[in-house]
Design a protein. Structure first.
Length: 290
């Protein structure tokens, strides 16, 4: 079996690649766009999701596509739809023409009409996958943390260690379900092996918590006492817009609706189909912080 992996140079892709090798996949091919990958054991094909004529070599003689590649931060909403929506459509078309059977699409728990450009582009891509005629699986991943990640839980850990005051966007009452990277990887390997077909499953941690509750637990875990300041969401949104106009992109405008939009934390389907059994927050932190 040959697997094509997109997004192999991202944090999740770098974690998934060695685990796919360990699982016994005989051939792994990666689609590279900007960044190279130092790995002599995988086949490399250079191309772009936005250039459909360059995708044929990537999908040739492939049985399964695991599609991780996505644009996650942009000040321009149209960019999300060009890469995440149209790019996925291009890859699906090339996959059908090449006779690929299985297509695993890694989406987001934030895929929702009220979540801003990124979230809506993920919804559009999901619809393309469902209508593709392939044996598809969609994985909606929650907030991943662990070695090599720099947002969410890992950003909060850095703030707790370095900042005198911890900024909290809005009321801090919106919810998250942090999931440890190794648990996500095991789920993706099982799905790539065919354990789930024509279903959409949420891959999240076993606990749903508010942002403030997450911060409380991290402070206890790291044995720190830090004050927090709740920033009005309007001010956060203005900061994101101002940052984007200056080309700094510390925040992008759609991150506020992405944070606040409704999200499912129901992992029952993943438990029943692939034996998904994620660890609690502190267990995950123990695996890479201690």
């Amino acid at each position: 079996m040959t697997i094509l992996l997109t997004g192999a140079t991202g944090a999740l892709g770098r974690a998934l690649l060695p685990r796919l090798k360990e699982s016994g996949v005989p051939r792994i091919r990666v689609l590279l766009h900007r960044n190279d990958l130092v790995d002599a054991e995988v086949e490399k094909v250079w191309g772009s999701l936005e250039s459909p004529d360059r995708l044929a070599p990537a999908v040739w003689d492939v049985e399964t596509v695991v599609h991780l590649a996505a644009l996650t931060h942009s000040p321009r909403e149209a960019d999300y739809f060009r890469v995440n929506g149209e790019g996925t459509r291009n890859l699906l078309r090339a996959s059908r023409e090449a006779g690929i059977r299985r297509f695993v699409f890694v989406s987001s728990r934030a895929a929702h009409v009220d979540g801003g450009g990124y979230s809506r582009s993920k919804l559009e891509a999901e619809e393309c996958v469902r209508d593709s005629g392939l044996a598809w699986s969609i994985i909606r991943v929650a907030e991943v943390y662990g070695e090599g990640f720099h947002e969410g839980v890992d950003r909060l850990v850095r703030w707790i260690r370095s900042l005198p005051v911890i900024p909290v966007p809005g009321t801090g009452e919106y919810t998250l379900s942090p999931v440890y990277v190794d648990d996500v990887i095991e789920a993706l390997v099982r799905v790539a092996e065919g354990a789930m077909e024509k279903e959409c499953a949420v891959i999240a941690g076993p606990e749903e918590m508010t942002f403030d509750e997450l911060l409380d637990r991290l402070l206890r875990y790291l044995d720190r006492r830090k004050p927090r300041i709740h920033l009005p969401l309007g001010a956060v949104h203005l900061l994101a817009r101002f940052s984007s106009l200056l080309g700094m992109n510390l925040l992008v405008p759609d991150q506020v609706p992405r944070l606040l939009c409704p999200k499912s934390s129901d992992i029952s389907l993943a438990k029943s189909r692939i034996g998904f059994n994620p660890c609690r927050l502190e267990q995950g932190l123990n695996r890479y912080l201690k």
